[in-house]
Write a protein that binds this ligand. Sequence first.
Ligand SMILES: *[C@@H]1O[C@H](CO)[C@@H](O)[C@H](O)[C@H]1NC(C)=O
Length: 287
Amino acid sequence: MKTLTKVLIASVAVALLAVKWSAPTFNAESLRGAKVLLTGASTGIGEQMAYHYAKFGAQIVITARREQVLKKVAEKCLGLGAQKALYIAADMGINSDHERVVDFALDQLGGLDYLVLNHIGPTPFSAWDGDVEHLEWLMKVNFLSYTHMTWKALPSLEKSNGSVVVVSSLLGKVTSPFVAPYTSTKFALNGFFGALSHELAMKNSNVMITLCTLGLIDTDSAMEKVKDVSSVPAYPASEAALNIIKTAATKERELFYPWYTYIVTLVRDFFPASRDYVIQKSYKNRP
Ligand SMILES: *[C@@H]1O[C@H](CO)[C@@H](O)[C@H](O)[C@H]1NC(C)=O
């Protein structure tokens, strides 16, 4: 066991260093004037991404459900230096809104460099109670809308050598209790966009899919859910947002943020029984 532990630690260290060394350097200038469509932008990581893109001088279209909140975020983006900051209110639970949003961005920006898919629908943090209707709705909001919007934007992204940025979660790599619908949608994203990424590469497409695996981030909605039950540390939304933007701008396939999401993904199948024990013990209380 002692040797095994050493081998494990050494492989993790080597893997981390390899990731660090092979990362290309980020050029902020590459985002000046970049045409960005960003979803889930009224709050949390999406809102922070809007502000970062604005500071880099991008042209952005933001979307979410609440028009008044979007308006405020867009105004702040203009103040921070966005070349353009437009907003469109939309409900990702409505099929026609998926295409309406992409059409609006293509019309207003005259093309697209980044389709940043970040929105999620609200979901209870509780044991699965058989609510299939909620699961179907959440699959539409968190997953199917991502596939529709990507398909709609793909011709334009082909022209610009653009990127689809998919904000996923460690819960798309590893399961956890009390989040069955949410984790299902994130696993679905990883499956779908993994397959699409292969297909694009195999036809020599210049469109890049950047898949982001995030751990617990200190957004209001996440903190509200886990505050009494989980002892996992939360990382800042603004830093998560900046990491996503840099990873996409340097055309990398994957982001793991924070660092532990990479290690968990790497070792998740080594010792299944210990993994499940640790996950179940990380909940101080039941929600
Ligand atoms: C996209 O990439 C191809 C191949 O690298 C290049 O020839 C083309 O000029 C690029 N197009 C744009 C719009 O950057």
